[in-house]
Ligand binder design. Structure first.
Ligand code: GUN
Length: 293
């Protein structure tokens, strides 16, 4: 292994401690307890784990946590009614409706219903627009976490070539905006990109966000590149026993670690940063709602 291992777990711990400090100041100096409401519809096992972790960490940093677990057959109208109720509540500063949603609920309608002031995911058109033109507000959690790790690893990102693999609204597109604000030269590659390996080989920074286990190969990388692996893929692990699984990223870590200059592991890289950034965003929205920023 020649690459520096980027320890997202340790960085997220430090970030949560800083968030807890902000929460304490909001409480003691302004009488505000930031509150985060998380809504989950149905029983998707991965979502349940995420939501439980979100609620636990929200309380750990001193914020109020409001968790709504709705049955799988909840109507779209009922979810929208809950969102409107949360929009109006003064003790709620952040609203997150966990994706994926059951098929009877249009996720875009839910996004449109969330008050932009409380949009800690940075999903609403208003928050996305604010992020694009550089106005204060929350930033997309996973891309923000990636950016923090990059800055911590590389210092200034100015002038670097960044290749993002994946064009989702959740990661690829907002990641590109954040990196543009850092003065990177940004390429978004996707499933129709021609000769992906040669595009990736130009990159000083590679962000892999495709959801395909071990897709990015070591010989796609420019030696010394910084590699941020957003993928969290569960794959069979027969070596651990019958029916066992393990988490792997979108990058072939075992080989890439000998070519990259720095790389995030999976698990323990980007994953822990997402919730920490969600908590940081809730401090941001609580501060903006109360005109403290
Ligand atoms: N499902 C997986 N990741 C996320 C996220 O960041 N926000 C929401 N709302 N749902 C998700």
């Amino acid at each position: 292994m020649t690459a520096k291992l980027i320890d997202g777990k340790a960085f997220a711990e430090g970030l949560r401690a800083r968030v807890a400090g902000h929460v304490e100041r909001l409480k003691t100096e302004h009488g505000i307890t930031p509150g985060l409401a998380v809504v989950i519809v149905g029983h998707d096992p991965a979502s349940q784990v995420y939501v439980t972790n979100k609620a636990k960490q929200t309380v750990e940093v001193g914020m109020a946590s409001f968790k709504y677990e709705l049955p799988e057959d909840t109507s779209e109208a009922d979810v929208l009614a809950l969102v409107h109720e949360l929009n109006a509540r003064p003790d709620v500063h952040g609203i997150l409706v966990q994706n994926p949603l059951p098929p009877q609920i249009d996720p875009l309608k839910v996004i449109e219903a969330i008050s932009p002031a409380k949009d800690v995911d940075c999903f609403t058109p208003d928050s996305v627009g604010r992020a694009v033109i550089g106005l204060p507000g929350p930033r997309s959690c996973t891309p923000l976490g990636c950016l923090m790790l990059l800055r911590d690893t590389l210092g200034s990102l100015s002038g670097l070539n960044a290749v993002i693999i994946g064009r989702s609204n959740l990661v690829g597109k907002p990641m590109a905006q954040l990196l543009l604000h850092e003065n990177c030269t940004v390429t978004i590659a996707h499933s129709r990109t021609k000769d992906l390996p040669s595009v990736v080989r130009q990159a000083d920074i590679v962000i892999a966000a495709v959801g395909r286990p071990n897709m990015v190969k070591a010989d796609w990388l420019k030696p010394g590149a910084t590699v941020i692996d957003v993928g969290i893929n569960r794959v069979p692990a027969p070596d651990k026993g019958e029916g066992k699984t393990r988490l792997v990223g979108d990058v072939d870590f075992a080989a890439a670690k000998d070519v990259a200059g720095a790389i995030t592991p999976v698990p323990g890289g980007v994953g822990p940063m997402t919730i920490a950034c969600l908590l940081a965003n809730t401090v941001t929205t609580a501060s903006l709602i109360n005109r403290l920023l």
